[in-house]
Design a protein around this ligand. Structure first.
Ligand SMILES: *Cc1c(COP(=O)(O)O)cnc(C)c1O
Length: 414
């Protein structure tokens, strides 16, 4: 396609993008983020599902934490600056976004470490119920870290792992199942799994459900309490924009907290941490999910990053996310020659997260060229172009441009 044909064909889509941007109730949120790059070039950032953009409030807050709280108050900050209670305080902020009432979410450690705590603790609870349960059912397309850790957790608890498609978990669970560990949204395809239905089926089998929310938290309503989820984990550097390596979180439903027996019972989860007792007595509540000294700098950067959510209804985020991915799919269909790409992201809204994954020959070189032209997504081997849509800062005009540049690139790379 020549540029001339594209601009003629595109005119109604560029008009539509402008109208959608004008009607977008989240549009002003974009100003809360830093989106310019070092050259001043106008980048379309569609990789917020890998590393969310920097919220503008973070640098000044972090500078204050370093210079004043650490530099001047030093040890006093554990009390006076609220460092000690940051994991639960920030956990409650995350809880609001994923539908958890206060007191059930604690922030800290990586997602991988929290998967370990959640799976082992869930197996222990299931096995305490009396029946013989020795199976951990795992989403077979899971992000690899969850699968590796489930394997190790299984060896430690006398279980075996059974990998099944996430959609088959409801029929795969049975009297031997201790725990089902499922990714809410598939990181590769962007498929959204049925959290309410799967959780209910896992419960009907007498087992516990552990959900990994890495690709859903901050992109769509999760409803942890509403759907009776047992335990959940997630990272904060994707749609929650907490920054590289920002601490992850662990949700332990209130009903399970008294029986939550952590495989990593560090001193921070002790009922009296400064009693320095040789015997371990777990604290009550979400604190039980803590391990060692929290990573305060990253954690307080995350707290500042989460301020942008204060007045944002997650339903508005979901509505815009679906509108963005719908519009992107339409633009791709219009601009990209037929057969050149195939979406592996479900068309049905009920099965779609906040990304679009396109299968494409030469996906590697195509993404490298897209990035060179200012459209940043990512490449997942062997043949997937992955585009993440962050409703708080992605606009419709950018989506139209991304599809147009993609068509140009595929025209040249192919
Ligand atoms: C991003 C992601 C992770 C990352 O785990 P870390 O320990 O934070 O590196 C884990 N699980 C899923 C499903 C992910 O998408």
């Amino acid at each position: 396609m020549s540029d001339a044909t594209i601009s003629t064909d595109a005119s109604d889509l560029t008009d539509e993008a402008a109208a959608l941007d004008a009607a977008d109730e989240l549009r002003a949120k974009r100003d809360a983020f830093t989106l310019e790059d070092e050259t001043g070039a106008d980048t379309v950032y569609l990789d917020g599902n890998s590393l969310g953009a920097l919220p503008r409030a973070v640098p000044a807050r972090l500078a204050d934490v370093v210079a004043r709280e650490w530099g001047q108050l030093r040890i006093r900050s554990w009390e006076e600056s609220g460092w000690w209670t940051a994991p639960e305080r920030i956990g409650d902020r995350v809880g609001r976004i994923v539908g958890a009432a206060p007191g059930q979410v604690v922030v800290g450690d990586s997602t991988s470490v929290n998967v370990f705590k959640a799976v082992v603790a869930a197996v222990r609870i299931a096995q305490e119920r009396g029946a013989h349960r020795d199976q951990i059912v795992v989403d077979e397309a899971t992000f690899p870290t969850d699968g590796y850790i489930a394997e190790s957790a299984a060896r430690m608890t006398g279980c075996t792992v059974r990998a099944v498609a996430a959609g088959d978990v409801p029929t795969a669970v049975g009297p031997r199942t201790a725990v089902a560990l499922v990714n809410h949204v598939d990181y590769r395809t962007g498929r959204l799994h049925d959290l309410p239905g799967t959780t209910a089926a896992v419960h009907a089998a007498g087992a516990l459900a552990v959900w990994d929310l890495c690709h859903s938290a901050g992109a769509l309503p999760v409803g942890l309490d509403a759907h009776g989820v047992d335990l959940a984990v997630g990272c904060t550097y994707k749609y929650l924009n907490g920054g590289p390596g920002a601490p992850a979180y662990l949700y332990v439903a209130r009903e399970h907290q008294p029986r939550f027996d952590s495989p990593l019972p560090g001193w921070n989860s002790h009922a009296d941490p400064f009693g320095m007792d040789t015997a371990y007595t777990p604290a009550d509540g979400a604190v039980r999910g803590r391990v060692g000294t929290p990573d305060i700098l990253s954690m307080l950067a995350l707290e500042a990053a989460l301020e942008v959510w204060d007045d944002v209804p997650i339903e508005a985020v979901r509505a815009k996310s679906l509108a963005l991915t719908d519009f992107f799919l339409r633009c791709v269909e219009r601009y990209v020659p037929a057969g050149r790409v195939r979406s592996v992201t479900p068309a049905a809204h009920a099965e779609r997260g906040s990304q679009v994954a396109l299968r494409c020959a030469d996906a590697g070189p195509a993404m490298a060229e897209l990035v060179r032209r200012g459209v940043v997504g990512d490449f997942r081997r062997p043949d997937v172009l992955r585009f993440g849509f962050t409703p708080l800062y992605t606009g419709f005009a950018e989506v139209e441009r991304a599809a147009r540049v993609l068509a140009d690139v595929l025209d040249e790379v192919g």
